[in-house]
Design a protein around this ligand. Structure first.
Ligand code: AMP
Length: 223
């Protein structure tokens, strides 16, 4: 029998665990759209929408944006056609209240197979990775000055391999903000992880190996 269930993959893990990179691999291999709530929010900030203006009051400090704002935004996004066969969620749900909202959504409760993948890395590694992260404000590519170094540098500025734009450090990748994001992660992740565990859909992978190896671990879980 052909399995017609939607495939919903939730990526969990601290900021800097490599969720964005793995998301790009998963999207290509399993043909599901990558939905990053952080990315949608940043897009709204860049465009100066009412949602962006409200969200930025929380985001620039590394705090979570209120649940209802993020939830409405996500509900709209998964109603789009490209999500008909599933979706890869990166950054949502973020706490146990959002997890409850997630499991109660019709999109998730009807004809879907959910797998939550936790990519595990220690705090020191998070700080090291994020403070070395550079971001392309134009095509949104992400680089790392330790293991994904952009090829071109002009003066002190690194240039995007993909589109030639000057790379920047995201506001929320500044060291003080990273420390607050980690604090927020530790305050909310435990209950969130428990929630997925109780639903029997939680899988853990180590984020301390190579990007390729992390992906191999994920493929084994999803296939
Ligand atoms: P991320 O790119 O996933 O690390 O998210 C960047 C920032 O966006 C977070 O620090 C939060 O301020 C905000 N954000 C992203 N997703 C959520 C969410 N599900 N709930 C609340 N805030 C979020």
């Amino acid at each position: 029998m052909i399995d017609t269930k939607k495939r919903i993959v939730v990526l969990l893990g601290p900021p800097g665990a490599g969720k964005g990179t793995q998301a790009a691999y998963i999207k290509e291999r399993f043909h599901i759209p990558h939905i990053s709530t952080g990315e949608i929010l940043r897009d709204n900030i860049d465009k100066g929408t009412p949602l962006g203006i409200e969200a930025n009051k929380f985001m620039h400090k590394g705090d979570l944006v209120p649940d209802d704002l993020v939830f409405d935004m996500l509900k709209d996004r998964v109603q789009q056609n490209d999500c008909a066969h599933g979706a890869l969620l990166d950054g949502f749900p973020r706490n146990d209240d959002q997890a409850e909202m997630f499991f109660n959504m019709e999109y998730v409760s009807t004809n879907a197979k959910v797998s939550a993948i936790l990519i595990d890395i220690p705090d020191e590694e998070v700080i090291k990775r994020l403070s070395n992260r550079r971001y392309c404000p134009s095509c949104k590519s992400i680089y790392n000055l330790i293991h994904k170094v952009p090829k071109k540098k002009v003066g002190n500025a690194f240039i995007c391999d993909n589109c030639g734009t000057e790379l920047i450090i995201r506001d929320d990748d500044k060291v003080e903000t990273i420390k607050n994001r980690l604090k927020v992660f530790h305050n909310t992740a435990g209950p969130l992880i428990d929630y997925f565990n109780k639903k029997n859909v939680l899988y853990k992978v180590s984020g301390m190996t190579s990007l390729e190896d992390v992906f191999k671990q994920i493929v084994k879980i999803l296939e």
